[in-house]
Design a protein around this ligand. Sequence first.
Ligand code: URA
Length: 272
Amino acid sequence: MPLDMTPEQVLRWYIEAGVDETVGTAPVDRFAVTAARPAAAAAAAPPQHARPERPPAAAAAPHPHGDTSAHVTSAHVAAACATLEELKAALLAFEDFAWKRFATNLVFGDGNPEAKVMCIGEAPGPEEDRQGVPFVGPSGKLLDRMLASIGLDRATNAYITNVVPWKPPADIRKPGPDEVAVCLPFITRHIELVDPELLILFGGAAASALLARHEGINRLRGRWVDYSSPGLPRPVPVMATFHPAYLLRTPEAKRLAWRDLLMVKKRLEGAG
Ligand code: URA
């Protein structure tokens, strides 16, 4: 940054670099923070839940979205994680993802990792980034109500995460093929380690990334498909539905989302 800039030019410079909020007035040494993170994450990791050992992930496989060096790295890093705590620490240490530089926090997951139901969204928003917790902003409030309508809540019987665990920079609305390619090995391993009985994918970005399909959410939602991965003991039934952020903008689509959620409820009750 040139030293003779006016305050307005400095602000513009930051905005163009993707900075969309200020979070403090004291300077932070980011190099020191980065170096300390993996150890801190390991120390702060919640106790390991008593679960049987997960089968190892398959060796890093190429993905149709792309085979960049960052994707190859993420695939190897993710495959080496044997627990959720290791996966979280690996993500905290992973530096090969541009969005991470503009994010305040890793948004890893929330809820009960022992739950039967795993919900996956697209990427955190500003409030999620601030708190480091998925779906706590306006669309998260609606998500909680949607889950409650079928007897689910993140405190007891649902686990929530996103395909991309870092907030997009200010000028980017959703993850593109490059971001998906890098994050896919991590979310795949995340699913394997949680090993849910049922997956709900919220929005087209999550559905097309995880189902490796190019159709939009209107075509992918409302029917059961299987999700398979070499590290899962069996295929997991998946229901894709509309993203709560879309439903906030398009309330008339709530009727269809409700239909999708009822299918989930029936399946959980053993009747679907
Ligand atoms: N939208 C998402 O897809 N995920 C979040 O965590 C918040 C908003």
